[in-house]
Design a protein around this ligand. Structure first.
Ligand code: ATP
Length: 308
């Protein structure tokens, strides 16, 4: 099963790649042999339960934490050896707001940042400030969570970096602001060549932006593939079958999840629809219907995989 669900084309240019990354905090394994492949120009959503290792991965790419073993590259550069060059090409929205000199007014903070980023675009920053209704005269320490998040987004986007690392960028924001942020991100992607690695618990909100998905659970990447492939190959089958029916051997390793709802079997299976249907029916089940899964449900099924 693992191979079916790990299908990013690693022959294509990768904006971010890691190999065998292991990161521990004391006895706690945060990342356990991570092989990540983020194609250039993609919007890659990293999903996983609390504590799965998403933030650790982002901090590792910024060389803010270092792994026990393994390697990580961004734009082909080693993130440890070429840390400053790598960081200059990254726009980062951290999960927590423990950033920046908090006594500064927002306007001063922007001036502070633009020194570090030669590509900083004043006009674009001003347009984003207007769009997000940011009061640039407020000190950073007096910003609400939502206001601070919007300021972080301006800092990340205004130098149009080739790589955006967005760690739950809309967490804790009200629905209107979330929507505004997603629209700004969509507009940014339409006008800027960039790759996005986005950690989120709300994949349905970004489903129209995302084209690759990585499912991380307890530090292990359980699936990594394009959303196109996911929607074509992972389907739900509702079926009637005898109570002692175990399913066809040919689907061993391809059944991601099996449940019963109101006496009907609901199986989530990887494969070409006609082949799966034929395998199910020739072994004694009647397939009532089959459907593609919305991204959110596909992710839930992958997180609940039986062969974990
Ligand atoms: P969430 O969705 O809750 O933000 P996450 O997927 O971002 O979680 P991480 O923050 O990367 O997960 O944490 C991965 C694991 O490493 C967790 O078990 C966490 O408790 C542990 N961890 C993270 N940072 C530290 C630290 N500084 N010291 C000790 N343990 C840590």
């Amino acid at each position: 099963m693992k191979d079916h669900l790990m299908q990013v084309d690693t022959g294509a240019p990768l904006a971010v790649a890691t190999g065998g990354i292991v990161k521990r905090y004391g006895d706690q394994v945060a990342l356990d042999g991570l092989d990540l492949a983020v194609p250039e120009g993609s919007v890659y959503a990293l999903v996983g339960e609390n504590g799965a290792g998403k933030t650790t991965l982002m901090r590792l790419l910024l060389d803010l934490v270092r792994p026990e073993s393994g390697w990580a590259r961004a734009f082909g550069l080693d993130v440890r050896r070429d840390g400053p060059r790598v960081r200059s090409g990254i726009g980062y929205v951290p999960e927590h707001r423990d950033w920046g000199p908090t006594w500064m007014k927002v306007s001063r903070l922007f001036r502070h940042y633009r020194v570090y980023y030669p590509a900083w675009d004043d006009d674009y920053a001003a347009a984003l400030v207007e769009r997000f209704e940011i009061d640039v005269d407020r000190p950073v320490e007096k910003l609400s969570k939502g206001q601070a998040r919007r300021v972080q987004l301006v800092l990340a986007l205004a130098h149009r970096p080739p790589l955006l690392l967005l760690d739950e960028p809309t967490e804790g924001l009200d629905p209107l602001v979330r929507d505004r942020v997603h629209r700004a991100l969509a507009d940014h992607l339409a006008t800027t060549d960039t790759t996005v690695l986005l950690a989120t618990h709300h994949v349905h909100e970004v489903a129209t932006l995302v084209d690759h998905i990585g499912v991380l659970s307890r530090g292990i990447l359980r699936a990594q593939l394009s959303t196109d492939m996911l929607s074509h190959r992972l389907r739900r089958y509702r079926l009637e079958a005898p109570s002692d029916w175990a399913g066809p051997a040919s689907l061993n390793g391809l059944v991601v999840q099996r449940r019963t709802e109101g006496g009907v079997g609901v199986w989530t299976v990887w494969g070409e629809e006609h082949e799966v249907r034929q395998a199910l029916e020739s072994s004694g089940a009647r397939v009532r219907d089959t459907a593609a899964l919305p991204l959110e449900q596909a992710v839930l099924a992958l997180l609940a995989r039986e062969d974990r």
